[in-house]
Design a protein around this ligand. Structure first.
Ligand code: NAD
Length: 687
């Protein structure tokens, strides 16, 4: 290792940043608790480094631990734990252990800080510490103190002055947190950082969403353009709702740094404190559900009754995660032969990049970020460009719930912003979206060997047997195909109906579809809203046209309906379809479905399995003993008997083939955001 003198000779300045406790032994005290024994060797090296820089006339800035080390280096002592020794921890690290605390400091008149901020006798800082200066070193002077408990917050080595050859300053607060706070999340409801000693120079662009009358602005932004914006439009009317500045490359890098720092602290936060934050988030979601549902409807066109349903159901998912996380993270002992104990612990992955879809943004978002946060990770969350307002609302509510800054950053933008996000040194990627994008993402991060979780599309089939209750099956399967306008990864996309009940089934099915109310998504009676992405109408139309050209018959619907500035697609049922048609092979993700006839169970299984996807599959049948073995033969992550388009927080949600890798939901979906550590603990031999 280079000697401190060598380092000081090579470099122009030293910043000693925050980190581990200073060892009490470094200032001649006994640790009050074994856990506070610190790292004496590290202290020794850093103190030598600090002295070497000062002696060489190089400036030194100590932050938090560095500030304390400066005091110790010149003969001062520290409080080992403010809560134990002074009962003042609240101002510096609250009972929400490791929370960053915003509090005020008073600048000492006549000090260097007073000269820098002549009009600002007090300022607001963020700190995270439980140690602090007790006896000030004789060579140091106090520059600032906490206004409520007088703790020394800033010091200066006597004689330090701009231009002098002796300059060392220590601050107990974290100026770098100051700089990275703003983009972390919109922090409405938090105490405003009124007069900060270190002002944030960056633009707070996320908070400055601007409404402009601009119908031609691109929805997908250009990352190379720092002024890129995202125009949010209402798909039911085509009207602009908002225009939001996209996250720039610099902001992304800052968010990554913030996440890295915050995650290290969050990982050490007891799980019940993490649960308390997510419980508060859940409470806020419940409280504001109507408003949040209205936002969701406005930007995706999801009928308001379905938006309200999503907001209601997401509460149960959050409850599941908060209930189960402590057990999921419990250390398990798996062996003890008398000499060696074997244990498995679960540790967080670190910083998770979460790129999400728009169709069920509350479901697919919380499936990832709630367990990821509960298990001690930070999340960089990029909502879909079609559900950005909802993503920003999530960030606001998490902040309001008390999630420390930096742990959840909403990244605003389209695909290129997502791609830029993945260039950051994140520790894991959780993606929900289409197969082509998922594949591109997997390829882009493959060389980094980080865990990647992909929740992708499907071409979900259902087999209707000959003994079925036809009316009940038709009703359930019509809803399963057309709910949310068919824009569900697990929407029924292919129907294989036994020839013996085919005609009756089709007739009842078409009657069900005829009954669906299509219209204004804000009307509580509407079942089918506009397409969230108007441009997708051409994909659906092409599937229908191709099928019809190859001999399929349109039983109902079949085309685009443009009204009031929005684009609807008439709910469409096709028969006479074959498995080589796009409508039976490619994900439609819209209100269209093909119904084919089959002669036997074996034929149905073979045709259901003839797909590159493998998300869900179902069998509607009167006989469970017949249906369940059929489901056992189907290559899909979820199997439905007499139900469809269903997700449960208690069951793993996973796809096979082009439907993805990894999983969310269930206890496994909590553990998925951790990595195991295997402990081999050999007992010391009895003397
Ligand atoms: P999409 O693939 O178009 O976009 C998904 C996300 O990826 C968006 O946030 C987008 O901005 C981002 N993105 C696009 N290109 C990117 C790139 N090169 N790098 C990084 N990020 C990029 O999908 P979508 O239209 O938002 O969602 C619909 C799809 O999602 C459907 O295929 C649906 O089946 C699937 N989906 C799957 C599940 C599931 O649980 N399996 C759930 C919901 C939706």
């Amino acid at each position: 290792m280079a000697t401190p003198d060598d380092v000081a000779a090579d470099l122009d300045a030293l910043v000693l940043a925050g980190g581990a406790d200073v060892a009490p032994g470094s200032y001649g005290a006994e640790p009050l608790r074994p856990a506070w024994a610190g790292q004496p060797e590290r202290d020794h090296y850093e103190i030598s480094l600090l002295r070497a820089f000062i002696d060489a006339g190089r400036p030194v800035l100590g932050i938090c631990r560095g500030h304390q080390l400066l005091n110790v280096a010149y003969g001062g002592t520290l409080y080992q734990d403010l809560a134990t020794e002074l009962e003042v921890q609240l101002e510096h690290r609250s009972q929400q252990r490791y929370h960053r605390n915003i509090h005020d400091v008073a600048v000492v008149p006549g000090s260097g800080l007073a000269a820098l901020y002549p009009d600002q006798p007090t300022g607001t800082v963020i700190s995270v510490h439980h140690q602090a200066i007790r006896d000030l070193a004789p060579d140091l002077e106090v520059e600032a103190r906490c206004t409520t408990d007088d703790i020394i917050e800033a010091v200066r080595l006597s004689g330090s002055a701009v231009g002098s050859r002796r300059w060392a300053v220590g601050v107990q607060w974290h100026p770098e947190f100051e700089a990275i706070d703003p983009p972390a999340t919109p922090t409405a409801g938090r105490r405003p950082p009124a007069r900060r000693v270190h002002r944030c120079r960056r633009r707070q662009r996320h908070r400055q969403s601007r409404r402009r009358c601009c119908t031609s602005a691109p929805r997908r932004p250009d990352m190379t353009n720092p002024n890129a914006t995202l125009l949010i439009t209402n798909p039911a009317t085509g009207e602009p709702l908002d225009e939001i500045a996209c996250t720039t490359a610099t902001e992304l890098a800052d968010a990554m740094d913030a996440a890295r720092i915050a995650q290290a602290v969050w990982a050490d936060t007891p799980v019940d404190e993490r649960v308390a934050v997510l419980d508060r988030f859940r409470h806020l979601v419940a409280e504001q559900a109507d408003e949040l549902a209205a936002v969701l409807t406005s930007e995706t066109g999801k009928p308001i009754s379905q938006a309200t349903g999503e907001l209601g159901a997401v509460l149960g998912r959050i409850d599941f995660f908060t209930d189960k996380v402590a057990d999921a993270l419990a250390i398990t002992q798996v062996g003890d032969d008398g000499a060696t104990v074997e244990m498995i612990a679960r540790e967080p992955l670190g910083v998770v990049a979460n790129i999400s879809a728009w169709n069920y943004p509350w479901f697919v978002g919380t499936n990832v970020f709630v367990p990821a946060l509960l298990t001690g990770n930070a999340v960089l969350y990029k909502p879909s460009e079609y559900a950005t307002l909802t993503g920003l609302a999530m960030g606001r509510l998490l902040a309001d719930a008390g999630l420390p800054p930096g742990l959840f950053t909403v990244v605003v933008g389209g695909g290129d912003t997502g791609a830029a996000l993945l260039e950051l040194p994140v520790d894991s990627v959780a993606f929900t979206g289409s197969y082509p994008t998922g594949r591109r993402i997997a390829e882009s991060v493959a060389a980094r060997l980080i865990p990647v979780q992909l929740e992708l599309g499907g071409k979900d089939p259902v087999y209707v047997t000959d003994d079925v209750d036809v009316a009940a099956a038709a009703e359930s399967l019509a809803e399963g195909a057309f709910y949310n306008n068919g824009q569900s990864c697990c929407a029924v996309e292919r129907l294989y109906v036994h020839a013996d009940v085919f005609d009756e089934f089709v007739q009842r099915y078409v009657a069900e579809v005829e009954g669906f109310v299509l219209g204004d998504p804000t009307d509580p009676d509407t079942f089918l809203g506009p397409l969230a992405r108007p441009q997708h109408a051409s994909v659906l139309a092409a599937q229908v046209d191709q099928a019809v050209a190859a001999g399929a018959v349109v039983r109902i619907g079949g085309g685009v309906l443009e009204r009031n500035g929005g684009v609807w697609f008439a709910p469409t049922v096709l028969t006479g379809v074959t498995d080589d048609m796009a409508v039976m092979r490619d994900e439609s993700f819209g209100p269209i479905i093909g119904i084919a006839t089959v002669q036997s169970d074996d034929e149905a299984v073979a045709r259901m399995n003839d797909t590159s996807f493998g998300l869900t599959a179902g069998v509607f049948c009167a006989d469970e003993d017949r249906a369940v073995p059929l489901l056992g033969r189907i290559n899909a992550g979820s199997a439905y008997f007499n139900c469809c388009d269903r997700v449960s927080p208690r069951l793993p949600w996973s796809g096979r083939g082009n439907s993805g890798i990894g999983l969310t939901l269930s206890v496994e979906g909590i553990v998925a955001f951790t990595q195991p550590k295997a402990y081999h603990l050999r007992r010391p031999r009895a003397l």
